[in-house]
Write a protein that binds this ligand. Structure first.
Ligand SMILES: C[S@@+](CC[C@H](N)C(=O)[O-])C[C@H]1O[C@@H](n2cnc3c(N)ncnc32)[C@H](O)[C@@H]1O
Length: 283
């Protein structure tokens, strides 16, 4: 399932600069958590409503810096969260944050490559996998292992991004209108994957499939401009030779740290994205 095309949300795409790539990805994930805080809170509340009892053992698959782990630990104050990730750097940031939040006793990292096999973990009540399943070489195998790792009645929540966040108005004041739309059409020409059949094949009963349509109202969170800059930089790195020169020049003007069109100085930003969550229960 792992895409051969590199994805802007793939932290391992640039092995040559793996450390720098992971640090940049970690910043993106942390900004994402900050700007989309309300959506995350709504999502974990909803999982609370769907759970048959309060989860005590939670696993976060492909945890990154812990966006999901910390949201879940806050929502379920009696739960322990095991954050599983391939990357020691991501887990290092996660454990520093856990200490800063006073959550070290409830959020712990486990370094494991899920492509190599399921780590030794205790039976879970809730497994969370956000923006991680699409990275796996054989997601069906990992979903079947997640099934085996849940207690009967336990939930698996898989979340994926339908499309990368959008920030810009149609007319940027530089270049032709529609630059951001053309960026997305170039990089993401396919409809988003549907994980329903994969979950059913793994033995789960599908409880819900819910798209969260995010269009943040003003005032936007303070981190929005930097979040937009980091996201657009990441897209830009995939666009060389794939977008007309005038569109790349307009994007450069938006990405520049200063100048009249800079994303850091604009007052016309928005945050629009859709993320879908599939909730599946082990019968
Ligand atoms: C896009 S990030 C999402 C992080 C986090 N779930 C979030 O929503 O902020 C994907 C994460 O999956 C991890 N990952 C990718 N392949 C993996 C594998 N085979 N085993 C374990 N973790 C993996 C990456 O290291 C990365 O931290």
């Amino acid at each position: 399932m792992k895409s051969t095309e590199s994805s802007p949300f793939d932290p391992h795409r640039d092995h040559a600069a793996a450390g720098a790539g992971t640090a940049a990805m970690a910043e993106l994930l942390e900004l994402d958590a900050e700007v989309l805080h309300d959506y995350l809170a709504e999502l974990v509340d909803w999982l609370g409503e769907l759970s048959d009892e309060e989860p005590r053992h939670i696993v976060d698959l492909g945890s990154g810096t812990g966006t999901g782990s910390f949201a879940l630990a806050r929502r379920f104050p009696r739960a322990g969260v095991t954050a599983v990730d391939l990357s020691p750097q991501m887990l290092h940031r996660l454990s520093k944050k856990a200490a800063a939040l006073g959550l070290s006793d409830r959020v712990r990292g486990v370094q494991a490559d899920l492509d190599e096999g399921w780590p030794r973990l205790e039976t879970s009540d809730l497994i969370w996998a956000a923006a991680s399943v699409h990275h796996l070489a054989d997601p069906d195998r990992v979903l079947a292992e997640a099934f085996g790792a849940l207690r009967p009645g336990g939930l698996l929540a898989v979340t994926e991004m339908d499309f990368f966040p959008r920030f810009l108005p149609d007319d940027l004041g530089v270049g032709r209108p529609g630059v951001e739309a053309r960026v997305h059409a170039t990089l993401n020409p396919y409809p988003p994957a549907d994980w329903s059949a994969h979950l059913v094949r793994a033995g789960f009963v599908l409880e819900a499939q819910r798209p969260f349509v995010i269009d943040l109202p003003a005032p936007l969170p303070a981190a929005t401009a930097r979040y937009a800059q980091v996201c657009l930089q990441r897209l830009h790195s995939h666009l060389e030779g794939r977008l007309p020169g005038d569109d790349l020049a307009a994007l450069d003007a938006v990405l520049a740290g200063d100048g009249p069109h800079s994303v850091l100085r604009r007052d016309d930003l928005t945050v629009r994205t859709t993320r879908t969550t599939w909730v599946a229960r082990r019968p």
